[in-house]
Design a protein around this ligand. Structure first.
Ligand code: NAD
Length: 475
């Protein structure tokens, strides 16, 4: 059943005045999930005006914590509906979609707590008559530009801290997830958020560009591809507006000879192929010590065969489709002259598979680390397997990328683990774990080309969403 996905401005739904859109289920394109009209430039301006008008009443509102708790409750009350919508709209297997909704509720609760924690420090002053302290103030209206792959959790892990610290929000969700954003807006009303505090403008890149260029926007938090992130950062710099960008990854596991190979294979298969590898933290490279290459690959192939393909609303599904026909075409193009295949996990033939953008999980043996499969973020169930002879060589290969988001080392050797922790150039460093997943109360972000600006989530979010002022009182 298709729903209308309107804009949400000043506390109420509103039809957009831009071009018409339609969103179809990527696992079965006969299913139309949502339709609507994108925001025009005037609609974007109206949303920014609504957010600016709401700032004075919200920036010091005492009830922010209770309202964020209520928002979590409102999301929890519609959790199954939201999970089904996530599954149908972006092709996320229903088990993971349910997990995402649960995480969204936790994010609201966590930032409800943050809303009542201390917002400054007392600092010794140069004279005995002076009391010196800091205060943290909100930036004002902030623009949140989000990708499609976590259509509920990413908007919330930006919006909840923004609101907790007294900012107001204009969310520009992905054009591939308008329905989830529309329901999120409805839950903000059910929770009792004041009008104008949380606004949504639907649309694609053009709408996002109009939003970040608007003079009323005082902060920009972006998650998405490196190319768009670079453009948004340039716009933020032009206007001297605080900007944060979380971008792509080329995440890696290293497997040493003493590793628990069953564990390494199970977690590599999960990290590389669940949700068809469409997570910024998905494993897309495995650097394996030559002594264990054969047994590791054998176990990895077996673990991968244990991950069922969709349909996405089937509770057993682990591997969904790619999000769009364009994504499938892009991946097929990148694999036009493929390296040797280590193994493949074919998608079943016939109904209903012929109606979706399905892409078979595949692992390639890569000799040349400069091969595009080992270099580029494909955002697909594609794993580049490289061989190393020593820990140093493995870390060198792992660091040989423009990205730096997530990595994991599989070993039982404490010395090797500490060496790797010191040398690996990523923001999320794991030992004997999955490259994916993160606790919402821990800082999240990468190094090098993966991130720019301060970290998201946990207490780290306060750095982005507040300005510090230093106060001196002489008395
Ligand atoms: P994308 O960059 O294509 O789009 C992201 C958002 O930017 C969308 O809302 C899009 O409409 C908007 N946009 C596009 N052009 C714009 C412009 N010129 N001005 C303003 N906004 C514009 O990314 P995507 O395909 O939605 O998501 C996949 C990418 O996101 C991958 O690269 C993935 O690694 C990354 N990602 C990163 C993280 C992280 O936290 N590091 C998390 C999830 C996804």
């Amino acid at each position: 059943m298709s729903m209308t996905a309107p804009l949400h401005i000043a506390g109420a739904p509103r039809a957009g005045h831009g071009s018409a859109f339609e969103r179809r289920n990527p696992s079965d394109v006969r299913d139309v999930v949502a339709a609507g009209h994108a925001a025009s430039a005037d609609d974007v301006a109206a949303a920014v005006d609504a957010a600016a008008s709401a700032v004075p009443g919200w920036r010091r509102a005492p009830g922010r914590a209770a309202l964020l708790h209520a928002w979590g409750d409102a999301i929890a009350a519609r959790s199954e509906e939201l999970a089904q919508l996530i599954a149908r709209e972006v092709g996320k297997p229903i088990g993971e979609a349910r997990g995402e909704v649960g995480r969204a509720v936790v994010i609201c609760r966590y930032y409800a707590g943050e809303a009542v924690r201390e917002i400054g420090e007392v600092i010794p002053a140069g004279s005995p008559e002076t009391t010196q302290f800091t205060l943290r103030d909100p930036l004002g209206p902030v623009a949140l530009i989000t990708p499609w792959n976590f259509p509920l959790a990413i908007p919330l892990w930006k919006a909840a801290p923004a609101l907790a610290f007294g900012n107001t929000v204009i969310l520009k969700p992905s054009e591939m997830a308008p329905a989830v954003a529309a329901v999120l807006a409805e839950t903000s009303v059910a929770a009792g958020l004041p009008a104008g505090v949380f606004n949504v403008v639907q649309g694609a890149g053009e709408t996002g560009a109009a939003l970040v260029a608007h003079d009323g926007v005082r902060g920009i938090s972006f998650t998405g591809s490196a190319a768009v992130g670079a453009r948004i950062q340039a716009e933020g710099a032009r206007r001297n507006v605080r900007t944060q960008a979380e971008m792509g990854g080329k995440n890696v596991v290293i497997v040493l000879p003493d590793a628990d190979l069953d564990l390494a294979a199970r977690l590599t298969a999960a990290g590389a192929f669940r949700f068809a590898g469409q997570k910024c933290t998905a494993t897309s490279r495995a650097v394996v010590h030559h002594e264990v290459m054969a047994p590791f690959l054998e176990r990895l192939a077996e673990a991968t065969r244990g991950l069922p393909h969709g349909p996405v609303t089937d509770p057993g599904a682990a591997i969904g489709p790619l999000v769009s026909a364009a994504a499938l075409e892009r991946v097929q193009g990148a694999l036009a002259s493929p390296p040797p295949v280590a193994f493949e996990h074919p998608v079943p033939a016939g109904e209903p598979w012929s109606h979706g953008h399905w892409c078979a999980p595949v692992a390639y043996r890569i000799e040349d680390p400069a091969h595009p499969v080992a270099r580029d973020e494909l955002f697909a169930p594609v794993l580049a397997v490289l061989e190393a002879g020593t820990l140093d060589e493995a870390i060198g290969l792992a660091n040989d990328t423009r990205y730096g988001l997530s990595a994991s080392l599989f070993t039982r050797d404490l010395v090797a683990a500490f060496r790797y922790v010191r040398e690996i150039e990523v923001g999320l460093v794991r030992v004997n774990g999955d490259t994916t997943g993160v606790d919402p109360h821990a800082p999240f972000g990468g190094l090098k080309g993966s991130s720019s600006g301060s970290r998201e989530q946990g207490r780290a979010a306060r750095e982005f969403y507040t300005d510090i002022r230093t106060i001196q009182i002489h008395a």
